[in-house]
Design a protein around this ligand. Structure first.
Ligand code: NAD
Length: 547
């Protein structure tokens, strides 16, 4: 086994390779052609951000099976080229957890005790000694810290803050339990309720649409406590920086410390630069000697583990897994993915169990692949690391989510042929089960995935594009309200399925599944949610029919 180290790695990483008994060469500064010529002779390639594993480099990969990136960003690796050649790409996101958590705590202390301002006042000569109480701060012990995102970094911050005698509450809609860290962190499901209780808020969530402006103007001005300190060491877009500056100037919150910005570097006239009680650092969360060493060691460990035992840690792509099903069976894989996406949009998060059932002549052959494909869709929107068919089982296991696959000998009643069904079970209050939803589908002779059951509702539609799912009481007038609301908002309804379920006891319920020509905005969705009789409105974005 032979590994090529093509960027400068910390000595500790190379020592690990030596101790593991694998042979390796360090060749730094290779040009694209030179790297392309070297790569086929090696089983593994380890890089940092210097060398570029382009499509040309990977065109004839020879025996190359894996590329490990010591660090997080993989912009220097052509993932598509690697995946198409079946080459696994690994990164080392977990290696910077401790350093980033410590940085968030450092920001919290600096802000609470006004250390940067006091340091500046003293050294610049601006401070009049007798007036040094202007830097009087806030004690953290006894205060309530709100941790947004109870993943790796969030939990690391929380456990340290517990030792500082802070009270900790958590907000993470995808966290499967009511408490975290052995009951020491209480999870709160409603963000505003969470915000109302806390003195310090710290963000440890992925970026993207789902977390954009979690802390927005409305919450800063109308929900937050006036003594709130805001810490963001995750991704810039998670907080509304402009609104933070305004809230600080208006005395609506007490301070803010940010390591990350919506645009990096931030503009020279960024409004936060002129605010009092602000601490800003230039994206230094993971910037420690130890984290730099850790990424090198972890990249070497991950590479050796994969080459020696097949164990996969920190996979970024789907390399190594064969997804090229025969043409008549490939649409079933698409069906499994789309059912996963629909459920991800429809069900509340915090899944405890994800169950895939398959029946019929072909579907049960790929239970594992289909379960993985559906689970990827269910998890990917709320995790910062890429989730794919290779790493999904490992990620689910880490997060306490059970993945179950069942081969049903017969299709469910009333259905024939190949049927794939996915059920998600969420965690509820007091250790009880929460919501449970399932979607069943099939592929007809036209090769298109079709959804046939949505919980107990009978439907028949190709899941694709922008969709809106509305659950309502089965009463006159609701369909009209929905049609008018979309019309007024200028959103064209391209297709619509309406279904009714009359339970053995209780009121009849109805479900509308709409396909729309453009994404409905939040205003329209909120107006629909506020209408009497409408109990749930969810939007889902799926790939187009042929994607
Ligand atoms: P992680 O995937 O382990 O945890 C993310 C957590 O956020 C998960 O528990 C997830 O359930 C939760 N989450 C997702 N959507 C949410 C939502 N809408 N509301 C609340 N919680 C939600 O990730 P991690 O390794 O802990 O990293 C957290 C963040 O820190 C990432 O954005 C990462 O890019 C960033 N980071 C920054 C630096 C830096 O230099 N400042 C360094 C490393 C990581």
């Amino acid at each position: 086994m032979n590994i090529l180290v093509a960027d400068k790695l910390a000595e500790e990483g190379l020592e690990f390779l030596t101790q593991s008994g694998v042979s390796y060469d360090v060749k730094i500064g290779l040009k694209e052609d030179q790297l392309a010529a070297e790569v086929p002779n090696y089983d593994g390639l380890i890089v940092r951000s210097g060398v570029k594993a382009t499509a040309k480099v990977l065109a004839n990969p020879g025996k190359l099976r894996a590329i490990a990136r010591a660090g997080v960003g993989v912009d220097n690796i052509d993932l598509e080229a690697a995946t198409s050649k079946g080459i696994l790409v690994l990164n080392t996101a977990a290696a910077s957890t401790l350093s980033t958590a410590e940085h968030a705590l450092a920001l919290m202390f600096s802000l609470a005790r006004k250390i940067p301002a006091a340091n500046h006042g003293l050294r610049s000569g601006e401070l009049e000694w007798k007036k040094r109480s202007i830097y009087q701060g806030t004690q953290l012990a006894g205060k309530t810290l709100g941790v947004v995102g109870l993943g790796r970094i969030g939990q690391t911050v929380a456990s340290r803050a517990i030792a500082m005698e802070m009270k900790i509450v958590g907000y993470d809609p995808y966290f499967p339990n009511e408490t975290a860290l052995d009951g020491r962190v209480k999870m709160i499901k409603d963000f505003d309720e969470f915000l109302r209780q806390i003195d310090v808020i710290t963000f440890h969530v992925p970026g993207g649409e789902q977390t954009r402006h979690l802390l927005n103007r409305e919450r800063l001005f109308n929900v937050a406590k006036p003594n709130l300190l805001v810490i963001n060491d995750s991704r810039g877009e998670v907080v509304d920086e402009i609104a933070i500056a305004e809230a600080l100037n208006a005395g609506k919150i007490a301070g803010a410390a940010l390591d990350v910005f919506q645009t990096e570097p931030p503009a020279k006239d960024h409004p936060l630069f002129s605010c009092e009680n602000v601490v800003l650092t230039p994206h230094l969360g993971a910037s420690t000697d130890e984290a730099q060493t850790a990424v090198s060691v972890e990249a070497c460990r991950a590479m050796v583990a994969f080459l020696q035992t097949g164990e996969i840690r920190g996979a970024v792509n789907a390399g190594g897994v064969k997804l090229d099903l025969p043409p008549d069976e490939a649409p079933l894989a698409k069906l499994a993915s789309r059912i996963g996406s629909l459920l991800a949009g429809y069900a509340e998060g915090g899944f405890k169990t994800i169950t895939l059932r398959a029946s019929g002549p072909r579907a049960p052959k790929y239970l594992n692949t289909f379960l993985r494909l559906a689970t990827v869709e269910l998890l990917k929107s709320h995790l910062s690391d890429p989730v794919n068919v290779i790493n999904v089982e490992h990620i689910a296991q880490e997060r306490g989510i059970e993945m179950v696959k069942i081969h049903e000998p017969e299709p469910p009643q009333g259905l024939v042929g190949d049927i794939i069904g996915v059920r998600v079970q969420s965690a509820g209050a007091n250790g009880e089960n929460g919501e449970s939803h399932r979607i069943l589908g099939t592929v007809y002779a036209d090769g298109l995935p079709r959804v046939l059951r949505f919980d107990n509702f009978v439907v028949d539609m190709v899941p694709e594009g922008d969709m809106v799912i509305i659950e309502n009481e089965d009463k006159p007038g609701v369909i009209g309200v929905v049609g008018t609301s979309f019309g007024d908002a200028g959103v064209n309804i391209a297709d619509m399925v309406i279904s009714r379920h009359i339970p053995a006891s209780g009121e009849a319920r109805a479900l509308m599944v709409l396909k729309v020509d453009s994404k409905p905005d939040d205003g329209l969705i909120n107006r629909l949610k506020a209408r009497p009789g409408i109990t749930r409105v969810k939007t889902v974005k799926l790939p187009k029919r042929d994607a």
